[in-house]
Design a protein around this ligand. Sequence first.
Ligand code: IPM
Ligand code: MG
Length: 363
Amino acid sequence: MTYNIGVIKGDGIGPEIVTEAVKVLDAVGAKFGHQFNYNEILMGGCSIDTTGEPLTDEAIEAAKASDAVLMGSIGGNTSTSPWYKLPADKRPEAGLLKLRKSLNLFANLRPAYLYEELKEACPLRDDIIGEGFDMMIMRELTGGLYFGERSTKEENGQLVARDSLTYSETEIRRIAKRGFDIAMKRRKKVTSVDKANVLDSSRLWRKIVEEVAADYPEVSYEHMLVDNCAMQLVKDPGQFDVILTENMFGDILSDEASMVTGSIGMLSSASLNDTKFGLYEPSGGSAPDIAGKGIANPIATILSAAMMLRYSFDLDAEADAIESAVKKVLKDGFRTIDIMPRDGSNVKQVGTVDMGTLIVERL
Ligand code: IPM
Ligand code: MG
């Protein structure tokens, strides 16, 4: 089969990590007899530099015309980059938000899994790590604070800024269903995270999640307040299977969850709509501080490519092959700097390109 993949390399470490993921995809294509065609799409700071916009209409059309989009990362240093002198809707991140919204990518899946081999890189104590953990964060991606009305106005002689948090029943129901559906394929537990002791949007969230839960009698579910969830993630991460939550809480909790897996450089993600199309990207940022140094961890992007094969193309065996090659490379003792064990023993530190090559060799 032939698949047309839109590729957004983006900024910072983006081009480096995407190049490795494409290398792995090409190797998978050769092994399993698929043709992957790539169409480069500009988004983020590099698009601002070339076109003056973080995401042009042509870029959106190119993304829509692809079977799926693989992305690196966008953005720069928010205190020093000239991109952050631009009005908010012209900055790199605005491109990503516009892409998510234009393609209706409301369901963001972020799997946080502790590899046996990375226990030594996990910042938690051994007794907390226990048997390890394996959770899926299901983050709502096109609603809430990210897309509510906002303004900064002068009122009574001072500036006042407003961001509004809105959720409709429909938005909550469709993401909740996705959360319960994925739980059915896993350990059948959903933790719905909200701030229902304070927010109306969270009280509606809870009500709709309960209605959806009634259709999934096999799934056990609980509600958890977001502040408690932030604490539970470092106190007992093994308790979670699917964490179902709104946009802003999911943004914060997924960074936290990634770090307890050892590094944000390991966390892949898929952003899906109602079709087979998806946007696949590592959950980490563009890491401008290490860009161009050849040390960034490409594994999250490579695992995102595996998610693309699984969710958009139904190529499960091919996705499995990538995931086991990643496990093998870790087992064989190769690490990028971000996942080096605390004591540095018995493993070999490698750079971005070598990590990609070592994974290809293990396919
Ligand atoms: C993420 C990122 C984005 C977000 C930024 C770059 C806008 O942090 O994908 O988690 O906040 O959603
Ligand atoms: Mg984030």
